[in-house]
Design a protein around this ligand. Structure first.
Ligand code: ADP
Length: 164
């Protein structure tokens, strides 16, 4: 019997991608054959980077990982996941504060998207406090972001904040 490729979708805003995201991507690759990092186009948030810039940054920092593809999606995540013939959505959990919101979305997605599972991956200890918004704030205030994002992301951020 031929084994089907296992494909997982890792959705988010990734504004910008951090070491916390990369950690989730690498750990997911140990479980799935392919991971699609999907940048949401319909986010309500005011973003620092455009969609294209975010996609480009993720591509750059995952270029060594052969089984990662980077894409964007609009509309319902479930529809996107089905269109990619994936069965699993990956989300990271950092704190209890993430839980309530994630729980609601996962329940909704399992109601409208049959056969799609949401898999929660616990943050690695060293990234428990790390979020794109904190990195944006630290960088905008002149702080050092070396331990939060890869060098390519750091330079893109310094440029955005006119710190080069
Ligand atoms: P969203 O806007 O959908 O919350 P983010 O880009 O902030 O998207 O994050 C995408 C996913 O990565 C979410 O599931 C989030 O919980 C997870 N994530 C973000 N930072 C970390 C981290 N430091 N450790 C583990 N998971 C994380």
């Amino acid at each position: 019997m031929t084994k089907h490729k296992t494909i997982a979708v890792y959705p988010g805003s990734f504004d910008p991608v951090t070491y916390g995201h990369l950690d989730i991507i690498r750990r997911s690759l140990k479980i799935f054959d392919e991971v699609i990092v999907a940048v949401a186009r319909n986010s309500q948030k005011n973003s620092l980077f455009s969609i294209d810039e975010r996609v480009e940054l993720i591509r750059t920092v995952t270029k060594e990982e052969g089984r990662v593809t980077v894409d964007t999606f609009t509309g319902l995540l479930i529809d996107y996941v089905v269109s990619k013939q994936a069965h699993v959505i990956i989300r990271g959990l950092r704190a209890i504060s993430d839980f309530e919101y994630e729980f609601q979305i996962a329940q909704m997605n399992s109601t409208i998207g049959h056969n799609i599972e949401t898999l929660f991956m616990m943050t690695s200890v060293q990234y428990g406090y790390l979020s794109s918004s904190i990195v944006r704030e630290v960088c905008s205030l002149g702080g050092n972001i070396d331990s939060f994002v890869p060098p390519e992301v750091k330079s893109a951020m310094l440029k955005k904040f006119g710190r080069t």
